[in-house]
Design a protein. Sequence first.
Length: 144
Amino acid sequence: MSFKRPESILVVIHTSDSQVLMLRRKTPANFWQSVTGSLEWHENPLQAAQRELCEETGLSMNHLHDCNQSHMFEIYSFWRYRYKPGVTQNREHVFQCQLEAQVDITLDAAEHEEYRWMTKAEAVALASSPTNSEAIREWVPDPE
């Protein structure tokens, strides 16, 4: 088994009027998030963000904004088997992608079951990860 790299990306996607795209994972049940994913061993954070964005939404964006922000978080116990034994922390790099308006996306059916566009406040409340909620609060402008 090849272990995952304990480094990932988070891409907060929102519209110019502050509607946020959220994805519901297949497992665990009712786990809502922005676009996320682990870096492959040969990738840098920007490459991983572009790849994950395309894989999870079908969007191909070359103008992702690197927020130049990363933080450490504890890997949820139900996902630790994917990492080398003893690895419990992950470094997450934050990116932002602003679209002019809501678009239809193509979900990766193996990973996600549903997507929704919602207000910033709804997305902050629904995000299953505290780091995801914080990134939405920080990088999505308040609606006018």
